[in-house]
Design a protein around this ligand. Structure first.
Ligand code: DGL
Length: 268
């Protein structure tokens, strides 16, 4: 099984793309809704929560876990790979969403000016800048934290004029910097992609995190046959949440774009 972890609902945008690009695999999704949002939590809290979630997914039978949450990828992934995995789940793999996004953005950028939007924690981590610099030293990077977007998306405020107004306010500094490529560094932002594209204009390329993660996962599975051959392929999807299953089902369907049949509650 492939485990997909997120702080809550947002990772369902990533699972949606996995199901489109790699439909034959079995997936287990875990949303830590009881403790979301992670975007304003401390480094230590994000690490402890993510570690517990990854541990749960491995114990549930996953061979590979994708941390679909940008905040958790930015703040906890390295430590999980370097400290936790080696001691506790040797031979298993954990991947995040930051590197796939960066690889995609670096390929797309022609104007050498890259913008990144995300939660406070993701922007504070500086991880996108670090990863971009590993691949290309000639890019200028501009950040913008957009903390109001996650609650607005979860409230279903996708087409409200207030949302467009707040988006314009967040994106204006990046427009002024004349970026040519924009990384949507948060699980929730693909739901706002049309308005973001319209505001940024047709000359700015937008990197959709869910699409980039799915393409890179497909590529990873091709290159890592030793992991790929251990994965079940019955097209089955199991959902877990740490909070209210009925609410997860109702809101989750909006992010996943299809019906969610059963959701089980777990305590981490
Ligand atoms: N999943 C988070 C991310 O991609 C957004 C929601 C949260 O703050 O927990 O950064």
């Amino acid at each position: 099984m492939i485990g997909v972890f997120d702080s809550g609902f947002g990772g369902l945008t990533v699972l949606k793309e996995f199901l489109r690009v790699l439909p034959s695999y079995d997936y287990t999704y875990l949303g830590d809704n009881a403790r979301a949002p992670y975007g304003d939590k401390s480094d230590e809290a994000i690490y402890q929560y993510t570690r517990a979630a990854v541990d749960f997914l491995f114990k549930a039978g996953c061979e590979l876990v994708i941390i679909a949450c940008h905040t958790a990828s930015a703040k906890a992934l390295r430590r999980i790979q370097q400290e936790f995995l080696l001691k506790n789940h040797q031979g298993k793999r954990v991947l995040g969403v930051v590197v796939p996004m960066v690889e995609e953005a670096v390929q797309l950028s022609r104007g050498h000016r890259l913008g990144i939007i995300g939660t406070n924690a993701t922007i504070d981590s500086g991880v996108y800048k670090k990863e971009v610099e590993k691949l290309r030293g000639d890019l200028e990077i501009f950040h913008q934290a957009c903390p109001l977007l996650v609650p607005m998306v979860e409230a279903g405020w996708l087409d409200k004029p207030e949302t467009k107004m707040i988006l314009k306010k967040y994106l204006r500094p990046l427009k002024v910097k004349e970026i040519d490529t924009l990384i949507l560094g948060c699980t929730h932002y693909p739901l706002l992609i049309k308005d973001i594209s319209r505001i940024m204009g047709k000359n700015v390329k937008i990197v959709n995190p869910a699409e980039a993660a799915a393409e890179k996962l497909a590529d990873y599975l091709k290159r890592h046959k030793e992991i790929e051959k251990k994965l079940m392929k019955n097209g089955k999807v199991i959902f877990y949440t740490t909070d209210n299953p009925a609410k997860f089902k109702e809101l989750g369907q909006r992010f996943l774009g299809k019906n969610i049949d059963g959701v089980e509650k777990v305590i981490l």
